[in-house]
Design a protein around this ligand. Structure first.
Ligand code: APR
Length: 312
């Protein structure tokens, strides 16, 4: 049986554990610093197993020893931005958490593939890559699958077509500067540009860019977790089953799209070794410019994080 470690047993971490087990993909170890929480949520999930009909073992712990030999490590540990907290405050706190988690987990699972979920996503994925010193093919960020799923959901709500037939591609950083690509989004092969006006597509693209904030505004005390958790499970499945799915993920650009040394959302092929390939689409001038702007903003944040970690 494959083994997946999920660090952080909060809303996203627990949802990842639930979907990974429900899809019968792997045994799951859930780790948290809070005593009792990972144990409690894991026991609850084990009690749901007879109903879900899977035989995956789900264990909660505060001890990294239990994560030994994991095939995949998912990092969701961190805090959400609270009122009065600057972006830099959040960056510093989550960078310290993610750095500590990456060090501990790679010690016990040097052959694992890492999927990073903690925000700010692209920067935390870069940090995990630097900290673990693993090949970049084994450190991947989850954002594009979620952002694309949101775009797909909005296209479905707008057109009334089954979401089963809707595919969308969203590239770039996981934030205000993400790049939804209507030209590469379709309803069963029919480009959405044939089905909707440019204005409506722009409105749905904007809603996608603000998708995380829309949920936060409604929940008030937390951020999204169902769609993020499910997005991670899709990536886990493609890796463990070596499915070669083409999924937008935060990956290290090495010259693709004219970008280098930055983690950013690009179309990625995921299989048993992790990232197998970055697929280069022919972007228009405007799309390329948006992607570059997004990469520049991530680079600025990486620089800011490096300064904060030095002074920490
Ligand atoms: N080691 C292990 N777990 C930690 C650590 C640490 N050093 N620091 C914090 N945690 C745990 C917290 O105890 C908490 O249970 O991480 C968990 C985070 O859970 P939530 O606060 O519920 O946050 P969640 O909604 O799951 O989001 C987690 O994913 O989508 C992103 O922006 C989101 O960065 C956030 C992350």
């Amino acid at each position: 049986m494959n083994k997946v470690t999920v660090v952080g047993s909060g809303f996203v971490g627990a949802t990842v554990a639930q979907y990974v087990a429900d899809k019968d993909l792997a045994d799951v170890v859930v780790v948290d610093i809070i005593e009792g929480m990972p144990q409690g949520k894991s026991l609850d999930l084990m009690e749901a197993a007879p109903l879900a009909g899977h035989d995956c073992e789900i264990v909660g712990t505060n001890d990294y020893a239990a994560t030994k030999g994991s095939d995949i490590v998912v990092i969701t540990a961190g805090i959400a931005r609270k009122p009065g907290m600057t972006r830099d405050d959040l960056l510093k706190i989550n960078a310290n958490i993610v750095q500590g988690v990456a060090r501990e987990t790679v010690k016990h699972s040097p052959d694992a593939i890492f999927i990073v979920v903690t925000n700010p996503l692209d920067v935390m994925t870069y940090l995990t890559w630097k900290t673990t010193k693993l090949p970049s093919s084994r450190v991947i960020g989850m954002a594009g699958v979620l952002d694309s799923a949101r775009f797909q959901a909005f296209i479905g709500m707008e057109t009334g077509f089954s979401v089963q037939d809707i595919k969308a591609m969203v590239l770039g950083g996981h934030g205000d500067l993400m790049v939804p690509l209507p030209r590469f989004s379709s309803v069963n092969g029919v480009p959405i540009t044939e089905l909707m006006t440019a204005d409506r597509i722009e409105a749905l693209s904007k809603r996608t860019r603000d998708g995380g904030a829309e949920i936060v505004a409604l929940l008030k005390t937390g951020s999204a977790f169902y769609a993020p958790g499910r997005s991670v499970a899709e990536m886990v499945e493609s890796i463990l089953k070596d499915k070669n799915r083409l999924l937008p993920c935060a990956v290290l650009a090495d010259g693709e799209y004219g970008l280098k040394d930055v983690y950013i959302g690009l179309p990625a092929v995921l299989g048993r070794e992790g990232l197998k390939k970055i697929v280069e689409l022919k972007l228009s001038g405007a799309e390329s410019a948006e992607l570059k702007k997004s990469a520049d903003s991530i680079r600025e944040n990486i620089d800011a994080m490096n300064k904060l970690l030095v002074t920490a």
